[in-house]
Write a protein of this length. Structure first.
Length: 172
């Protein structure tokens, strides 16, 4: 059986979710089933509408409240994350997925919405041939040490700094 590796896409630069989506598309094109789960997010974005076209290969789940989290973590956000981890664990146990993406789980971890041990348990529960991707800013040394591949997105220059906001089809 092929070994599945653990990827982390982190850093302050743009492109973490986009890279994970690219890998999802590649995996689906190769006939693998993909679980694309988003933590802390709960709004329909352009990528969701595109992924609907691959519903036979890509399963999308969102486990957020729709509110942007800075410091004040609400009980509902913790509960939605817990429910997400439980659902991802249950879906992975079916052994139907060749790729599991946990989008923004690194942010949930760095903000204390979820504990490192819970994320580590989820990582260890994945079937042997299942590739897993964790995305989000602020990956800890502890998390990086567990990974097989870590890519850090570095912001060199960004038009947000000039006052431009997120655009449909590009950032959302």
């Amino acid at each position: 059986m092929e070994r599945g590796f653990l990827h982390i896409y982190t850093g302050d630069g743009k492109g973490k979710t986009t890279a994970a989506l690219g890998l999802a598309l590649r995996a689906a094109g190769a006939g693998k089933r993909v679980l694309f789960s988003q933590f802390l997010k709960n709004s329909i974005c352009s990528e969701h509408r595109a992924l609907e076209r691959f519903e036979d290969r890509i399963t999308v789940r969102c486990f957020g409240t729709g509110e942007f989290i800075r410091e004040d973590i609400k009980a509902e956000q913790i509960q939605r994350t817990k429910e997400g981890v439980e659902e991802v664990s249950r879906l992975m146990a079916s052994d139907n997925f060749g790729l599991v993406i946990l989008d923004e789980i690194v942010v949930a971890l760095s903000l204390g919405v979820i504990a490192f041990d819970q994320v580590l348990l989820l990582i260890r529960k994945r079937p042997p041939g299942c590739e897993m991707v964790l995305t989000g800013r602020g990956a800890s040394r502890q998390l990086i040490d567990v990974a097989d591949l870590v890519t850090e997105m570095v912001e060199v220059k960004h038009y947000f700094r000039r006052g431009f906001t997120a655009r449909e089809g590009i950032e959302r």
